[in-house]
Ligand binder design. Sequence first.
Ligand SMILES: Cc1cc2nc3c(=O)[nH]c(=O)nc-3n(C[C@H](O)[C@H](O)[C@H](O)COP(=O)(O)OP(=O)(O)OC[C@H]3O[C@@H](n4cnc5c(N)ncnc54)[C@H](O)[C@@H]3O)c2cc1C
Length: 462
Amino acid sequence: MTPEETLGRALRDIVGGGNVLDDPEVTARYRRDWTGRFHGPPTPVVRPSSTEQVAATITYCRDREVGIVPQGGNTGLVGGSVPLAGEVVLSLDRLAGVESVTAHAGVLTAAAGTTIGDVQRAAREHGWDYGVDLASRDTATVGGTIATNACGTRAVRYGDTRHQVVGVEVVTGEGVTLSNLGGTLRDNTGYHLPSIVTGSEGTLGVVTRARLRLAASYSLRTTALLRFGSVGDAALAAESIRGLLPTVESVELFLADGLELVCAAFDLAPPFTETTGAYVLIEAADLRDPTVELSEVVGSLPGVVDVAVAEDDAARRRLWRYREEHTAAISTVGIPHKLDVAVPPGSLAELVERAPLLVSSIAPRARTWLFGHGGESALHINITGVDPDDDTVDDAVLRLVGELHGTISAEHGIGRAKARWIELAHGPAELQLLGRIKAAFDPSGIMNPGVLLPRTGWSADG
Ligand SMILES: Cc1cc2nc3c(=O)[nH]c(=O)nc-3n(C[C@H](O)[C@H](O)[C@H](O)COP(=O)(O)OP(=O)(O)OC[C@H]3O[C@@H](n4cnc5c(N)ncnc54)[C@H](O)[C@@H]3O)c2cc1C
C-alpha cells in the first residue's frame, strides 16, 4: 500500500468509510479558498462527527507528522483554511448544531460547524441576539469565527468574537481534549483558554464546541446612509459616532467607486442622484424607536450632503446591500489582494487618501477598493489587477499602515496571505513567545503549518 492509501484507510477507520473524501472533483471546493487566490493539490478531506473522532484523527496525524488544516465554512479571506502543501483537511461540516440555550441568561452552546446564521436564529427564538454579524453569516461557522476572532459589522457595539466566547472545547495539536464548557459567564482563574484559542487560526488545535454569550435583542432599528463631500469629514464622523449615539450598532464606510461597482454588479439603483464623495452607513438599535436620536446626531455632523433613512426591514436591507455587496462585487472584477487593516483614530482619512496613490505608483493598472468598519478606523483595502502571486503592493501598503502605527490585520487574521509580514505586528521577543505557545499546544507542528507564524518563525525550543 502507498503511504496515501495507508493514511486514507486509517482515516476511514476513524470516521467511517463515506466520510473521507478523496475524489479530486469532490474535494475541489475544500481545496480552493473563497477568493480563488489560494488552492492546493488533491488531498483527503476528513469529516468527523464527534470530538472523539477529531481527537483520534489528530492523534493519528501527530504520530506520523501529517499536517492538518481545520476547515469550517471556508469563507476565510487570508488563505488559512485551504491545504496548500497537501495537508489533510479536517472539515467540521458534520459537527454542527446548536446544543442548548440557557434562555433566561442568554448563553448558547453550539458545535463548531454551526453557522453564525443558525446561532443568530436560535438566539432570536429565545428573545436574544448574537453580537457577531457578517455577510458570510450563512456559511461561516462558530469554529471558524472563533479561530479568526471574526469582528463583523456589530463589533462597534458588542466587540469582536473574543468578547462573546465564554467557553470552548478544543482538541490540541497533541490530541488532548480541553474543555471549559462548564457554565459560568465569568472565569478569572488565570490564563484564559478561550482567549488563547480565539484568533489562533487553527494553529493550536481544533475547536469542537463553544459556549457563547448572547446579546440583548433590540427589535427597533433604523439605518441611515450619509453621503459626505470629503473623505476627511466622513472619516471623522465615522470615528465620532460611538460617543454621540449610545444605541449605535454599526458604522460602515465606503467610497463612490465601490458604490458604483456594487450598483453595476447587482443592478441596483444608486441611493442618491449625485454619487461622488464618501459614504457612512449607520445603524442604531434599541427597545424604543431610535430614529429621532439618530436623525439628531446625523444633523450635527459636519460635511453631510445627502441622507437616506430606512426604518422597515426591506428598506434597511436595500441600504445595507450597498455596503455588504462590496466583497462579492470586487470579486467580479478579478482575484483581489485583500488587506484588512486598522489605524489609530485620526489617521483613517490619511490612509484612505494615500493607499490608492501608493498602489498606482507601483502598479498603474491596479484598482484599489476601500471600505470597512469606519467606527473603529478599520479599513478593507482590496486591490485588483495585480497578479495573485505578486505581493509588491501588499508589502507597500502594509508598510504604510505600519508607518501610521496601524495593524496589519483588524478583521480576517494573518493566515498564509500575511504570514510573511508578521514581524510588522510582533517584535522578536513577542514572536518567540508566540512560538512557544504554539509548541505547547502543537509540539509536532502539524496544525495549519505556515499559517499565522511562518514555517521558520517558531520552534519547539523557542
Ligand atoms: C462575503 C464575506 C464577508 C465577510 N465579512 C467578514 C466580516 O465582516 N468580518 C470578518 O471578521 N470576516 C469576514 N469574512 C471572512 C470570514 O467569513 C471569517 O474569517 C470567518 O470567521 C471564517 O469562518 P469559516 O467558518 O468560514 O472559517 P474557515 O474559512 O473555514 O477557516 C478560517 C480559519 O479558521 C480555521 N478554522 C476553521 N474552523 C476551525 C475550527 N473548528 N477549529 C480551529 N480552527 C478552525 C481555519 O483553519 C482557518 O485558518 C467575510 C467573508 C466573506 C466571504
